[in-house]
Design a protein around this ligand. Structure first.
Ligand SMILES: Nc1ncnc2c1ncn2[C@@H]1O[C@H](COP(=O)(O)OP(=O)(O)OP(=O)(O)O)[C@@H](O)[C@H]1O
Length: 313
């Protein structure tokens, strides 16, 4: 075995102790929040008058990664990786150390531009959008190492996420134009709702510094959700959490998908969590996709087991 993560994967393969997460796999949106107006792209999923265009949009994957390659000098961090993610699915991206997960995640959040290939989001290429415009196009993310502002209150940290999706500008803000005031009132509502939803009321007006790690992870989740993303990218959300917190996190991720019509892609080393909540698992090794399918399919794939455990030679 190569490392502790291999042991974790072996346990998951062998049906070892699992996060206790009710598994009601639910692909597609079943529930929409009442009063939810903003986060769903126009024409997607329907009321009575669903038209052919909306149906066609529904059928195409929300995210299409097409033959992506990323080279760092002579290193092929990613080498022809393709997969799709349907609306309403949870996709777990896994692989041993150095497999290319972070590189792929950074391409999706536009921190990296692939050497070749394309990434389509809602049918349009992502590659012509700079990283700072990704949130406004409907993609939210959390960070492996918390990226909260320690001196700001929890409430203000969450507000930052909501502002990243607003179309306000410095001049309009300074003039306090009527539409800016309406916008601010709307943002207040979004932030209040998220404070409630992620059980942060008790700490809402405290500075982020000094709050427990698990609480800060929820703040970060709230900030990512404040931009009302269609696609949420989670970078090792279980990192640093204890067993009970990971179980709770798994339930929370599924609930977010179901309650808020959010499609989710997570990069995660914690196999029990990935296998318990994912609809689809994509496995990378040395920059290539070696397996893709349901958690059961992937766990039984000899190539995946070899990648994690070695071939015993
Ligand atoms: N900025 C970079 N410059 C050069 N090589 C890099 C860079 N980023 C990643 N790599 C290399 O690309 C390969 C893939 O790395 P990546 O960090 O994407 O893997 P990973 O699956 O996220 O690994 P881990 O699980 O350890 O975080 C590795 O060989 C790594 O050393």
């Amino acid at each position: 075995m190569r490392n502790g993560r291999s042991i974790d994967f072996a346990l998951a393969c062998a049906g070892g102790r699992r996060a206790r997460i009710p598994h009601q796999r639910q692909v597609g949106f079943q529930k929409a929040r009442s009063g939810d107006s903003g986060c769903r792209p126009a024409g997607v999923r329907g009321d009575a008058g669903v038209n052919a265009f909306a149906q066609a949009q529904d059928r195409q994957p929300l995210l299409s990664v097409r033959d992506i390659a990323v080279h760092f000098g002579g290193i092929k961090a990613l080498d022809g990786v393709s997969f799709g993610l349907e609306r309403g699915q949870i996709l777990g991206l896994i692989g041993p150390n150095g497999a290319g997960k972070t590189t792929l995640f950074n391409c999706l959040s536009r921190l990296y531009t692939p050497t070749s290939g394309d990434i389509l989001f809602a049918g349009a290429t992502l590659l012509d959008r700079p990283a700072h415009r990704v949130a406004e196009s409907g993609i939210g993310r959390t960070f492996q190492n918390l990226a909260t502002f320690s001196r700001l209150s929890v409430r203000d940290n969450i507000r930052i996420g909501a502002h990243s999706a607003s179309n306000s500008d410095i001049a309009s803000d300074a003039l306090r134009l009527p539409w800016v005031r309406r916008n601010e009132a709307e943002i207040d509502g979004v932030v209040d709702e998220l404070i409630d939803y992620l059980e942060l009321a008790r700490v809402a007006d405290m500075p982020a510094s000094g709050l427990p790690f698990g609480t800060l992870k929820r703040v970060e989740l709230a900030r990512a959700l404040a931009s009302k993303p269609t696609l949420l990218l989670l970078d090792e959300p279980a990192g640093g959490l204890n067993h009970d917190e990971i179980t709770e996190l798994g339930e929370r991720i599924r609930k977010i998908r179901d309650d808020r019509n959010v499609t989710i892609l997570l990069v995660e080393h914690h196999m029990n969590l990935v296998m318990a909540i994912s609809d689809i698992v994509v496995v990378l090794n040395f920059g290539r996709k070696i397996s893709e399918g349901s958690p059961a399919t992937v766990q039984a794939d000899p190539e995946v087991i070899r990648a994690y455990l070695g071939d015993g030679k």
